[in-house]
Design a protein around this ligand. Structure first.
Ligand code: PLZ
Length: 446
């Protein structure tokens, strides 16, 4: 039986409590300073919408470990599947002696990802690794080298994915030189579009196409990589039609479209994948995070002819598609289907948007409300008519929420986006209570 976590916020000590503080001292003495900590409370148990820390505090989770525990941090089916698999075997290496779970995950990915064409997948350990491999596949298939990524993009922290990621501090600063043949194009960011905001989709597409034509040359481009809703960059939702136009342009030029759905995938936005909202079928899609209920697993799924263009042995890794992670993924995907987590994400969107709109009427520092499903955010600015980013207020709100037992995250190129990524297993009561805390944070700080 999975340990059941009481679904109630409870503060037993100040946050962080004494045990967390002691652990944080040990962390500072043992863990590299390069590994940051957003909220130094040490977790003992978690499930549903609650994290229980080592001091007995019960915190409401609005972060899901950055969009990972979509089904919850101890979803019963996942827990059972993992226990069973650990008892059977932990590892053989799929490249040495394979096992069914890996194949079953790839079969499921073929069914769930956008498009009904023939697909193949390859499994990896992290999102960054999936992105790297998607680029490798695209280069082999097209015989071209250039990759185009967008302003505000986040694709990971390895060398190639750092090059694809837009933001310098903290992701890239001091870590260069970066991989070559990566080019950056303007993003369709409606709130900060400097042209005609009503025409962001058209103008942003034109700016993108003109720049790639002039600076890279379409015939040199293997792939365009895009988060259909940008994550770390600020939960930026491009306007309707833009992604479809980019996809069409890619087709016209023999360029592969890679959708990075590592953060947006697996019911997070109210559909299986964010591309589904736009009816866009990417050639390659990268997934990770929510796929396996908390276990490390990532995938590249793509058109059969594209994925099969790679020579045997060209893709792999010791742990890629580890059997425990695959068993967890099968159970997580079953949970999403049986519990209709797409519907749950849409219900969460409704609940949140109503409250966030009320907040925006009271606090003019909320410049924009955006997102889809259970991937929502507010962008904080200086005040009415002044869209200057307000990272100080963002940090202050975050601090207030943490101190009051609500686990929250920020993001954005300018550090001024307050984002919400609750597990889809959270109750409406906890969501409302979390939003009450957020409102109090505004009252105290704005
Ligand atoms: N692509 C769209 O969101 C991971 C990063 C947190 P990994 N996002 C959270 C941090 O500060 O490291 C992410 C993503 C998108 C790729 C990745 C990378 O996935 O599993 O972290 O490698």
């Amino acid at each position: 039986m999975a340990t059941t976590v009481e679904q109630r916020r409870h503060l037993a000590t100040a946050i962080p409590g004494p045990r967390s503080q002691a652990l944080q001292s040990r962390k500072l003495a043992a863990v590299s300073a390069g590994v940051g900590t957003g909220m130094p409370v040490y977790v003992e148990r978690a499930g549903g919408g609650i994290l229980v820390d080592v001091d007995g505090n019960q915190l409401i989770d609005f972060g899901s470990g950055i969009a990972v525990t979509t089904v919850g941090a101890s979803a019963p089916r996942v827990v059972e599947a993992v226990k069973r698999q650990v008892e059977d075997f932990t590892h053989t290496c799929f490249m040495v002696t394979p096992y069914e779970e890996y194949v079953a995950v790839c079969e499921k990915l073929a069914l769930l990802t956008p498009g009904d064409h023939k697909k193949r997948s390859a499994l990896f350990n992290s999102g960054a690794e999936a992105v790297e491999n998607a680029v490798k596949v695209a280069r082999v298939f097209t015989g071209r080298t250039a990759v185009v990524a967008f302003d505000h993009a986040y694709h990971g922290r390895t060398n190639l994915t750092m090059a694809l990621t837009a933001k310098s501090m903290p992701y890239k600063h001091g870590f260069g030189p970066f991989a070559g043949e990566v080019y950056r194009a303007p993003m369709a960011y409606p709130y900060r579009w400097t042209g005609d905001r009503e025409r962001t989709a058209e103008e942003a597409f034109e700016a993108f196409a003109t720049q790639v034509h002039a600076q890279v040359g379409e015939q040199n481009v293997a792939a365009v990589i895009i988060e259909p809703i940008q994550g770390e960059g600020g939960f930026i939702v491009p306007p309707a039609g833009w992604l479809r136009r980019v996809a069409q342009w890619c087709r016209e030029h023999g360029i592969l479209l890679i959708a990075d759905e590592i953060q947006t995938g697996f019911c997070r936005t109210g559909e299986w994948f964010a591309c589904d909202h736009e009816g866009v079928v990417p050639d390659l899609i990268t997934t990770a995070k929510g796929i396996a209920g908390g276990l490390p697993l990532a995938a590249v799924t793509g058109r059969a002819e594209v994925m099969d263009a790679v020579h045997a042995g060209g893709l792999g890794g010791t742990y890629g598609g580890n059997p425990i992670a695959c068993a967890a993924a099968l159970a997580a995907m079953e949970t999403m289907e049986v519990d209709d987590l797409r519907g749950r994400a849409r219900a969460i969107e409704k609940l949140f948007l109503g409250r966030l709109q009320q907040l925006a009427e009271k606090f003019d520092v909320i410049g924009d409300i955006r997102g889809r499903g259970a991937m929502l955010a507010i962008e904080l600015v200086k005040g009415r008519g002044d869209t200057t980013p307000n990272p100080e207020l963002t940090a202050a709100l975050n601090k207030y929420c943490h101190a009051h037992g609500l686990v929250t995250l920020t993001c954005g190129t300018y550090g001024n986006v307050f984002r919400f990524l609750p597990p889809l297993s959270i109750s409406d009561e906890l969501l409302s209570e979390g939003l009450d805390i957020l409102e109090q944070a505004f009252v105290a700080n704005a």
